[in-house]
Design a protein around this ligand. Structure first.
Ligand code: FAD
Ligand code: MLT
Ligand code: ZN
Length: 479
């Protein structure tokens, strides 16, 4: 039983023991070294920590976890610290130690026959994509933060992103895990089997657990054949219904070719044009609604460009598409994607914004966007709804930007009213208040309302069974 009664922020002797175990590269205590680990990407929270533990490998992490657990010290796993819900930052108590997985950054194995990659938790998502490409395959998970987010982070949040519509969430791309449990035991579940029904699927328990049950240290990831034919279209569309109708056209013609299908509002694209260097409007005239259609196939003769031209032509005749541009090169495709990917950054630069990461059945997305936008404008006159995202998955980031000139702090003080306003519509549509970013610290108080009763109770029992002293990422997920 660990000593959880420690009155001082860090029990005496713990830092010395960690220093002896981990060496100077493995333990940060200087304020300037701690700094980048204390605040979240959205700057919603700023915590404190006595140290950042940076183990070099799984065994070192396990030994460090044993030391912290027996001293009763809470631990906060941190990957790239790109959480949208404050999931990877310590609280303000100064008691929680940050455990960074950044040095566990090796690709342990790649097998193009099994189509698997065994990657450590600290491997940056982009590096995993590159390693797959180098072996002639594809690791398809893709999101705006892929240059910083890590394999451990995307699995712990069960991240979605742009390609979920074709390849599923992070969970679907994982076959096995290696985990350090809250008491320091190592569970080696790095199996690369497509079929393995042997009791409870523990790997799925740790995926999406947001660091509350243990540390993911490595994973067997599932790869796919690399695309040999691609096409990308940026389209101005008539309205939200037209965006969905266009999605259906492509999906119904060849579902397997739709790698991503993303919706953007005119407001969001305007913010990108204003704030992000190198972005220009690809279509002739400004519109209120846009979509990005990304097609890919492993077949070199898939004829995706012809298919896109033909479907866009039909959609123009039907009045769904107002104007469209097809990328002529990989460089142009990247430029078009940049407009979508820079939405979070552009919103940040425009001022304070409140995010709602919601999902509803795909068929109800247009109605959801319209109703939420109207209700939000009524709630805060002059505020600017910026809906965008993964329309093909029914997952829209129903974000709201502050009215121009309003005090950002006064706007952010309304965060919960804003999220409640969106959630009221989403609930009526049997949707979710947390589609892909997770609960983190931001949404814990919404859990009883949305997942209360037997569901939250079962989650608590699992948590208590694995982490009886509540040392893993306290204050996250559970209210
Ligand atoms: P962190 O932020 O460090 O951690 C996230 C959570 O996982 C925390 O609770 C942390 O404690 C836990 N954790 C981290 N590593 C481990 C580990 N090894 N073991 C156990 N727990 C761990 N998300 C989407 O789903 N789709 C998107 O399209 C998307 N776009 C984004 C765009 C931008 C610009 C940004 C900043 C974020 C975006 N996100 C998106 C948020 C998303 O959750 C993260 O980018 C990613 O999943 C987190 O990876 P990370 O390594 O930064 O994890
Ligand atoms: C994205 O898809 O870009 C992020 O998940 C959403 C956001 O910034 O709200
Ligand atoms: Zn997203």
């Amino acid at each position: 039983m660990p000593d959880t009664s420690a009155a001082s922020p860090t029990p005496p002797g713990l830092l010395d023991a960690l220093a002896a175990l981990l060496g100077p590269r493995g333990l940060l205590t200087a304020p300037e070294d701690l700094e980048p680990h204390l605040a979240d990407w959205r700057a919603l929270y700023r915590g404190a920590t006595p140290c950042v533990i940076r183990p070099a490998d799984t065994a070192e992490l396990a030994a460090a976890v044993k030391l912290c657990a027996s001293a009763g010290v809470p631990m906060v796993p941190q990957g790239g610290n790109t959480s949208m819900v404050g999931g990877a930052t310590p609280d303000e108590s100064g008691r929680q130690v940050v455990v960074s997985l950044a040095r566990l950054n090796r690709i342990r194995a790649i097998d193009p026959v099994d189509m698997t990659m065994t990657a450590e938790a600290g491997v940056v998502l982009k590096a995993a994509q590159n390693a797959a490409a180098d072996s002639g395959c594809l690791f398809p998970l893709s999101l705006g933060a892929e240059g910083t987010a890590t394999i451990g982070g995307v699995l712990s949040t069960n991240a979605g992103g742009n390609t979920t519509v074709r390849y599923g969430n992070a969970r679907e791309l994982m076959l096995g895990l290696e985990v350090v449990l809250p008491d320091g035991q190592i569970w080696d579940g790095l199996r690369r089997l497509r079929k393995d029904n042997t009791g409870y699927a523990l790997r799925h328990l740790f995926t999406g657990a947001e660091g509350t049950l243990g540390f993911i240290t490595a994973a067997v990831l599932r790869m796919y054949p690399r695309p040999r034919d691609t096409a990308l279209a940026f389209c101005a569309v008539a309205d939200e219904d037209a965006a969905l109708a266009l999605f259906r056209r492509f999906r119904d013609r060849d579902e397997s070719a739709v790698r991503a299908f993303e919706y953007m509002s005119g407001t969001g694209v305007d913010f990108c044009l204003t704030h992000i260097e190198g972005i220009t409007l690809p279509v002739q005239a400004r519109a209120d609604h846009y979509v990005l259609v990304d097609l890919a196939s492993p077949r070199p003769d898939a004829g995706l460009r012809d298919m896109a031209e033909s479907l866009l032509g039909e959609a123009m005749e039907a009045g769904e598409v107002l104007d469209a541009v097809l990328a002529e090169s990989e460089a142009q495709a990247q430029k078009l994607w940049k407009i979508r990917e820079e939405h979070p950054e552009a919103q940040k630069r425009e001022g304070a914004s409140v995010k709602s990461d919601v999902s509803v059945p795909v068929s109800r997305v247009p109605e959801m966007i319209r109703r939420c936008s109207a209700d939000l404008r009524k709630l805060i006159p002059g505020s600017r709804p910026v809906p965008f995202g993964h329309i093909g998955d029914g997952n829209i980031h129903m974000n709201l930007e502050q009215p121009p000139g309003m005090d950002p702090a006064a706007f952010l003080a309304r965060s919960h009213d804003i999220m409640d306003c969106v959630n009221a519509v989403v609930r009526e549509m049997d949707g979710s208040f947390s589609a892909e970013h997770g609960i983190g610290r931001l949404k814990t108080d919404m859990m009883p309302d949305w997942r209360g009763g037997a569901e939250l109770d079962t989650m608590r029992r699992i948590k208590t069974a694995l982490d009886p002293w509540g040392l893993m990422n306290p204050g996250k997920v559970f209210p």
